[in-house]
Design a binder for this molecule. Structure first.
Ligand code: ADP
Ligand code: MG
Length: 337
């Protein structure tokens, strides 16, 4: 019996050794920022993955809108606060993103987010009276800045939920560069960054189907890029047969319900991709394509409710569909400006 077992054990050990030789990737997974965080890195030296987890959790402590003691929560509670150098810089960057997107992204949307029961409380459709009373509170011009001192006028409140994960992704990329990790995959919920290569090739990033079938809808081969997806299909509730998602149109106070099922933005910088994926989602197709024509420093994948998809020309050759029969339009920037 022992004799027969030996070759079997040997083959198993050999197989494992070969596998370990190939898979030099290490993985860490944890829950933070109200989502599952997965970080895979090739040959991470020392405790760089532990440092990565600490970095994410430290930023959550500073930026969360619900955690006691966070700078954002303290500012919301007191209405005026001098922020730390870094959070102040992020706030200024976020305000510039609100301006650049003409208020489609608006970090003062929190009174509305709360009224609809996202983040805190019970999810519900607010009365039209409640919405009309809250709309004047929303508007990034209600934030005044003097140095690093921020004041919230008219009782508004801030929420960096639409940009924080992208910003933190950029900090993880920096940490990996400093620690000589060249190849890595960072995923903070819908916020992904692929650094370097996987097995010598570009990473193939799957974009989840927004139609609830748990499959990938399409894939895009990338290196050193952020890939950020916004949609209403993960955080939502249903009332009287209607679906209400967590991305709110700051102009109307109501969750966005347009032709998009999901919007993915691809670019160098996680913060901007996160800001733009939310903002383009709010804009809707026509305005989003106009914005692309004007700015164009990013790529996109727009999955429509009717099952069709539009992509920017920059990712045409890297893009693949799970179902070849999906109607696909490639948008040229020159057609839009
Ligand atoms: P996720 O946080 O799921 O990755 P987004 O980046 O699109 O998705 O951000 C959505 C979150 O941002 C919401 O949960 C809410 O807290 C906040 N938010 C909702 N609508 C807006 C908006 N128009 N502008 C800025 N923030 C918003
Ligand atoms: Mg976003």
């Amino acid at each position: 019996m022992k004799k027969r077992l030996f070759p079997f054990v040997f083959i198993c050990v050999l197989f494992c050794a070969v596998l370990c030789g190939c898979t030099r990737y290490e993985l860490t997974e944890f829950f933070a920022l109200d989502t599952f965080v997965t970080i895979t890195a090739e040959k991470p030296n020392g405790d760089v993955l532990k440092k990565a987890e600490k970095l994410v959790k430290d930023y959550e402590d500073k930026l969360s809108v619900t955690k006691d003691g966070s700078e954002i929560k303290r500012l919301n509670e007191s209405g005026t606060l001098t922020l730390s150098e870094e959070v102040a810089a992020l706030m200024k960057l976020s305000l510039s993103a609100c301006e650049r997107t003409d208020g489609a992204l608006d970090i003062t949307v929190y009174p509305l987010v709360k009224a609809w029961g996202f983040t805190v409380g019970e999810k519900k459709v607010p009365s039209s009276e409640e919405l009309s009373s809250l709309l004047p509170l929303v508007g990034y011009e209600n934030v005044t800045v003097t140095g690093n001192a921020f004041t919230l006028e008219n009782g508004t409140e801030l929420d960096l939920g639409a940009v924080a994960k992208g910003y933190i992704t950029d900090k993880l990329v920096k940490l990996f560069k400093e620690n000589d990790v060249k190849n890595a995959l960072i995923s903070l919920g819908g916020n992904v960054y692929v650094a370097g290569k996987y097995g010598g090739r570009d990473w193939n990033v799957g974009i989840k189907s927004p139609f609830g079938d748990g499959k990938a809808f399409c894939g895009v081969k990338l290196s050193d890029k952020a890939v950020v997806t916004s949609g209403q299909y993960q955080r939502f509730f249903e009332e009287n047969g209607k679906v209400y998602g967590h991305i709110i149109d700051p102009a109307t106070g109501v969750p966005v319900d347009n032709e998009f099922s999901s919007v993915t933005v691809i670019g160098e910088n996680g913060f901007w991709c996160d800001a733009l994926s939310t903002a383009l989602f709010v804009m809707g197709k026509d305005k989003a394509l106009e914005f692309y024509g004007e700015h164009g420093d990013f790529d996109f994948i727009l999955i429509m409710k009717d099952g069709s998809v539009a992509i920017s020309e920059g990712i045409k050759d890297a893009f693949s569909l799970a179902d070849e029969n999906t109607p696909l339009t490639v948008i040229k920037r020159s057609d839009k400006n």
